[in-house]
Design a protein around this ligand. Structure first.
Ligand code: C2O
Length: 505
């Protein structure tokens, strides 16, 4: 175990990932943002300076449980204030879980402007062997900046701006040089904003070994497309060929059903939802052409993540102590269309929820002025919690819970209907993950144990939808605060004070 120390200045830089130049948010003058590599047991320390000049920011470490370090979660409104321009803040936490993660700004729909990157936790005890590894990030990409895109009549479903391109490793021209006859561990991370991505490595059998930081029983996916929703990750093993005379394509296609057809929107002519990267065996040989439009048949053309089995065979959590049913809908709030959870839209508080909780201990839960707009669900320490999410929209929603890897008991297909109390598909050892795609007019059922005291966001990972209020707050084991949840360090309080400082002019 070691300390991994990073000193980051967050600034705008210019980049042209798909040939069109625009300002993007980079780290230390570089973009794409760097991949962080750590080992299980390390401590990660990141000193962040906001050099953007015109926007606040934060960093969330997506998928990290943050046991005892929930104040480092980077979730603006819940665990910290926005870090204003010209201010500094330190994140530091222990890395306890292996696998594929990422980091991103958790402020005001900001990360699709480029502030996102891979966080890989290496594990000498991983239950599989490999010789080499590489990472593929998949995302949708926009030529306009998020504040402009979010200022239109955008967000509450059916009016999302269409991405201009799809990127693999923040580029439309990624080449991965490989060696023959080796086993590669490939980390895939969907760092995008909106549509799900279907991807495949042509000509190579893929075996899934991890999703969202949970090792799986090795699952042969053959040459089927795999789907990752925004926020989801997976790792696959591939064996490279002995014959180096040919190069191969890596294909990614954004979910056109989600973007156009479920919402009855017209796809612009010549719209291209595809991205191609290449496995390069021999640089002197030609690269295969990008494919033409490829539409995926939901039903039999891809591997469904809920069929995966976790390698540690953790049994189904039961009996349930606390069931939460969330019906998602929409409403006009002050004339603006918003998303709702059980009829209430999320509006972030000025003082982060965790700060209030630390100050007033368990009594905070009876304070509706502070918590009335954040869709709070209060859990008791160590109870087994079941959350049902009924998706009443035309659109799909990748729901993400901070602080946990929940068990997935059920996910219906498109138009699969709402929760009736019956499970059709309970495996004895359900897969665990931290982000689950909930199909339109369908539902999902998840369970976890409330063994990680803290305050955690539960939200759709589409930034259009977060900004339209599709979020809830899980207040976990407040009766154990403040003993279980450390107070924010000075740099976090200072950032808060700076953020709330009246601008003098
Ligand atoms: Cu990837 Cu609430 O975050």
């Amino acid at each position: 175990a070691k300390d991994v120390y990073l000193n980051w200045n967050i600034t705008w830089v210019n980049a042209a990932p798909d040939g069109v130049e625009r300002p993007v948010i980079g780290v230390n003058g570089q973009w794409p943002c760097p991949q962080i590599d750590v080992n299980v047991g390390d401590q990660l320390i990141v000193d962040v300076y906001n050099g953007l000049g015109n926007e606040s920011t934060s960093i969330h470490w997506h998928g990290m449980r943050q046991e005892g370090s929930g104040v480092m979660d980077g979730a603006v409104g819940v665990t910290q204030c926005p870090l204003p321009p010209g201010s500094h803040m330190q994140y530091h936490f222990d890395i306890n879980e292996p696998g594929t993660y990422w980091y991103h700004s958790h402020y005001a729909g900001q990360y699709p402007d480029g502030f996102r990157g891979a966080l890989i936790v290496h594990d000498p005890k991983a239950p599989f062997e490999y010789d080499e590894e590489f990472t593929l990030t998949l995302s949708d990409w926009y030529h306009q900046e998020m504040p402009d895109l979010l200022s239109g009549p955008v967000v509450a479903g059916g009016k999302e701006p269409f991405p201009d391109s799809a990127l693999i490793n923040d580029s439309t021209n990624t080449k991965i040089k490989v060696l023959p006859n080796k086993t590669y561990l490939v980390h895939i991370i969907c760092i995008g904003n909106w549509p799900g991505h279907f991807w495949v490595i042509d000509g190579h059998e893929m075996t899934v070994v991890e999703v969202d930081g949970v090792y799986t029983d090795p699952h042969p996916a053959g040459d089927k497309f795999l789907r990752v929703a925004t926020g989801q990750r997976m790792s696959v093993l591939i064996k490279t060929k002995a014959d180096t005379s040919k190069n191969f394509a890596i294909w990614d296609t954004m979910d056109v059903n989600m973007m156009f057809f479920f919402e009855n929107r017209t796809m612009p002519e010549n719209y291209n939802p595809n991205a191609t990267a290449w496995l390069v065996y021999d640089e002197a040989k030609p690269l295969p052409e990008p494919p033409v439009f490829h539409e995926i048949d939901f039903n039999d053309d891809f591997v469904d993540d809920v069929t995966l089995v976790p390698a540690d065979h953790q049994p189904l959590l039961e009996p349930v102590d606390h069931q939460i049913i969330m019906d998602t809908g929409g409403a006009l709030v002050d004339g603006v269309p918003r998303f709702t959870v059980n009829n209430k839209t999320y509006i972030g508080p000025k003082v982060p929820s965790l700060y209030t909780a630390n100050t007033v201990g368990a009594e905070f839960s009876s304070n509706p002025e502070v918590y009335g707009q954040v869709n709070p669900f209060i859990l008791k320490h160590n109870e087994i919690v079941e959350i049902v999410i009924n998706n009443h929209h035309n659109n799909l929603h990748p729901w993400h819970l901070h602080g946990h890897q929940f068990q997935v008991l059920q996910r219906t297909p498109v138009d699969g209907g709402y929760y009736t109390g019956l499970f059709s598909n309970v495996s004895a050892t359900p897969i665990r993950r931290d982000t689950i795609m909930v199909q339109n007019h369908g539902h999902t059922v998840i369970r976890f144990k409330a063994d990680n005291p803290g305050i955690w966001m539960l939200h759709c990972h589409v930034e259009w939808h977060v900004e339209a209020g599709l979020m809830a707050t899980i207040i976990e084991a407040p009766e154990t605060f403040p003993n279980t949840v450390h107070a924010p360090p000075k740099s976090h309080y200072d950032a808060c004070a700076a953020y709330h400082q009246p601008v003098s002019g």
